[in-house]
Design a protein around this ligand. Structure first.
Ligand code: BMA
Length: 367
C-alpha cells in the first residue's frame, strides 16, 4: 500500500540532514545510521524492535554474560529471527552503578550492543536516571525544582556535568563507534518523570536536552549518536512541539504510545489505540517532512497481549501507511509474569506475531 512518504526523501539517500546542522555527505557512524534508516523508509519498510531482547525474556535471563553468546531471544524463539532493533535502558549509568535499574549489568548491555550490531542490527537507548535532588527514582515527581537544579546556575549543575553526563559519555565511548539511537528525557509532556511537563518550564526542558546534546557531541565529540525526541502520546501537535529542543539537536521524531484495556473491552481499546496513534503519526509526518527528520514509534505495546491478533489486527493497520522507521515494543520482564509486550514460544499470541514478522514491509533480522 502507498505510504505517505516525506517529499524530501528523494534527496535523503545522498545527503543526510542531521542534528549537526547543514546537509553534508555521509561520513560519521551517526550519518551512516541516519542514511540506513532513511533507506528503509524510502523502501516503505518498518523495522521491528524489542526492549532488552537479548538480556532476558519471559521467565529466563542471561546468567553468566561473559560466557553467554547471547543467542536467546523471545522474538527469535517465535519467529526464527531477531528483532532488527534492540532497545536498552541506561538508568543507573549516571550514578556509576554496575547494573541498570532493571538489574541488567552494564557489561552485558555493552556486549549485547556490540553483538547485535555485528549481526547487522540497530540499537536504541532510553534512560530512566535517578532523581538527583531527592535521591528517588525517575518517577519521583515530588519536586518541580529538579531540572532547574541541574542546569547552569543550579546547585547540582556540577554533579550533572562532572558525574552524570561524564558517566553517560564514558559508556557511549565504550561502544567502539557503534552507531546508536538515543532518546533522552522521553515522555516529557506528561508529568510522571521529574523532567515532565508540570515539573519544569519549556525553556528549562529545552536547555536540559541541549545541554545533554552539547556535552556528548561537542565536549566528548561522540559522532555515533542519532538523537531522538520522543514525547508521550495523546497530545496535540502544539504540545508535541512546545518542548522541541530544535532542529540542530534532533534527528528523529518519536512517540511512545500504548494500548490500555478499557471497560469497553479489547475491541474498544484497540480502536482507540489505533485512532489516537494515527492522529499523532499524521502530524508527526508533516513535522518530519517540514523539519527533514526521521520518525518512529519509539515505544509501543499492549501489556500481556490479551488480544490474539494484536500485531496484524491492531498495530500493523495503524502504522502501515506512515513512514515510521521503526516500532519498538517494550520489555518481557523475566521476573514479572504479566509484564511482557512480545510473545514467547507457546503463548497464544505467537502465531499472529509470526504472521506480522512475515509481512513484506516489516523488517526483522535474520540470524
Ligand atoms: C517501565 C517498566 C519498569 C522498568 C522501566 C525501565 O516501563 O518496564 O518495570 O523499570 O520501564 O525499563
Amino acid at each position: 500500500m502507498y505510504k505517505l512518504l516525506p517529499m524530501f526523501l528523494m534527496t535523503a539517500a545522498a545527503l543526510v540532514s542531521c542534528s549537526t546542522g547543514d546537509k553534508k555527505p555521509v561520513d560519521t557512524p551517526k550519518d551512516r545510521l541516519v542514511h540506513t534508516l532513511f533507506s528503509h523508509v524510502e523502501q516503505g519498510e518498518i523495522l521491528y524492535g524489542h526492549q532488552d531482547d537479548l538480556s532476558y525474556g519471559h521467565a529466563w535471563k542471561v546468567e553468566d554474560w561473559e560466557k553467554d553468546d547471547l543467542t536467546r531471544s523471545d522474538v527469535k524463539d517465535v519467529t526464527g529471527k531477531y528483532p532488527a532493533i534492540v532497545g536498552f535502558d541506561l538508568g543507573g549509568i549516571e550514578m556509576g552503578d554496575k547494573a541498570n535499574l532493571d538489574s541488567v549489568d552494564f557489561g552485558l548491555i555493552r556486549k549485547a550492543v556490540l553483538t547485535h550490531a555485528k549481526r547487522g542490527g540497530i540499537v536504541t537507548f532510553s534512560w530512566h536516571p535517578r532523581n538527583p535532588l531527592t535521591g528517588g527514582d525517575a518517577w519521583d515527581v515530588s519536586s518541580n525544582q529538579v531540572v532547574k537544579s541541574i542546569l547552569e546556575g543550579g546547585e547540582l549543575h556540577g554533579l550533572f556535568m562532572d558525574k552524570w553526563l561524564r558517566n553517560l559519555g564514558d559508556f557511549f565511548e565504550s561502544l567502539e563507534g557503534t552507531p546508536v539511537i538515543f532518546r533522552p528525557w522521553h515522555e516529557n509532556v506528561g508529568s510522571w518523570f521529574w523532567w515532565g511537563g508540570e515539573l519544569c518550564t519549556e525553556q528549562q526542558y529545552k536547555e536540559l536536552y541541549r545541554t545533554t546534546w552539547t556535552y556528548l557531541t561537542q565536549a566528548r565529540k561522540l559522532d555515533n549518536i542519532v538523537w531522538c525526541y520522543s514525547p508521550n502520546s495523546n497530545i496535540s501537535v502544539e504540545a508535541y512541539m512546545s518542548r522541541y529542543p530544535g532542529d540542530e539537536f534532533v534527528d528523529m521524531l518519536g512517540i511512545d504510545h500504548y494500548e490500555y484495556m478499557s471497560v469497553g473491552g479489547l475491541e474498544e481499546s484497540g480502536v482507540r489505540f489505533a485512532e489516537e496513534l494515527k492522529r499523532c503519526l499524521t502530524y508527526m509526518n508533516v513535522l518530519a517532512t517540514d523539519h527533514h527528520k526521521l520518525m518512529c514509534l519509539s515505544e509501543a505495546g499492549l501489556e500481556s497481549l490479551p488480544d490474539p491478533a494484536w500485531w496484524t489486527g491492531v498495530l500493523y493497520p495503524a502504522i502501515q501507511d506512515f513512514p515510521v522507521a521503526y516500532v519498538l515494543t517494550w520489555r518481557n520482564a523475566h521476573d514479572k509474569p504479566e509484564h511482557f509486550f512480545a510473545p514467547w514460544k507457546g503463548f497464544d499470541n505467537a502465531p499472529d506475531f509470526e504472521a506480522f514478522s512475515q509481512l513484506s514491509d516489516i523488517v526483522f533480522l535474520k540470524p
